[in-house]
Design a protein. Structure first.
Length: 245
């Protein structure tokens, strides 16, 4: 997958790109991330990307021209443009979820635009971008961290990125439930023991225990997720009995 990121703060990306899973994924050639400085597509001496809002009001607004020019320059270097999502990070976009990450991971390319200031000229939203994504109902100072959040969750879904494909499948939110509790050695720490079943070596019992724990945990912490989760009749009965306790 190739991902192009448009920003006026490209210096925010190298440390993140050079760490952990992402570093190895890039080295393995599974993803190619290109960060573009929108200021490089301005023509004045000060590389101006913002201006005052028409009608007055606080703050500055991203001018349309540098954003259009950067997107057009990037698009001209992408050979396979079959469906190129041009995504604006904005608190006004659709909410980013694991499902949206899955949807985006099916694309060969994606282009992410990081806003700053009070936002971006509305013509960019209306005539350039094809999707708008918010990472949550709060306001950041810029789209860079939001772009990293989107990229990181999309990239870990790409085939070959994680050591075991199963680890992504069992993550919280993937099957509509939160993940079950996890333990590692030692079997007893400060008197707190790892549940016996996990040491039993009985894979069927372990799977059943984990499934039940995932349901219990989801009911406790995010009960609204259970409405959409795929549960068997027996599991629905378990939820009802837990609710009535
Ligand atoms: C200070 S915000 C602008 C908020 C804008 N005035 C509004 O009320 O919608 C500056 C930039 O940060 C990014 N941003 C802020 N919050 C975000 C969120 N929750 N999700 C994604 N991007 C966000 C966007 O790119 C936005 O253009």
């Amino acid at each position: 997958m190739r991902i192009d990121v448009l920003t006026i703060f490209p210096e925010m990306f190298p440390c993140w790109l050079g760490s952990s899973i992402l570093k190895h994924t890039i080295e393995k050639g599974l993803v190619d991330i290109k960060v573009h400085n929108i200021r490089d597509y301005t023509h004045d001496r000060h590389h101006t990307v913002d201006d005052y809002p028409y009608g007055g009001g606080a703050g500055m607004i991203f001018k349309p021209e540098p954003v259009f020019k950067t997107v057009e320059a990037v698009k001209s270097t992408i050979t396979d443009e079959r469906v190129l999502p041009i995504i604006m990070l904005t608190p006004q976009g659709r909410l980013f979820t694991q499902q949206v990450a899955g949807e985006l991971s099916a694309h060969r390319n994606m282009l992410l635009i990081c806003g700053r200031y009070e936002g971006v000229d509305a013509r960019v939203h209306e005539h350039l971008v094809t999707d708008e994504i918010s990472i949550g109902d709060y306001v950041l100072s810029g789209g860079e961290l939001a772009a990293m959040v989107v990229m990181e969750s999309v990239i870990r879904l790409l085939p070959g990125v994680l050591g075991s494909e199963d680890s992504a499948l069992e993550d919280s939110h993937v099957a509509g439930l939160l993940e079950y509790p996890q333990y590692t050695r030692p079997p007893e720490y400060r008197g707190w023991k790892v549940p016996e079943v996990l040491l039993s070596g009985n894979h069927a019992q372990i799977a059943a225990w984990r499934r039940e724990q995932a349901i219990r945990r989801t009911l406790e912490r995010r009960p609204e997720l259970l409405e959409k989760a795929k549960l068997t009749t027996k599991e629905r009965e378990l939820v009802e009995s837990l609710k009535n306790r």
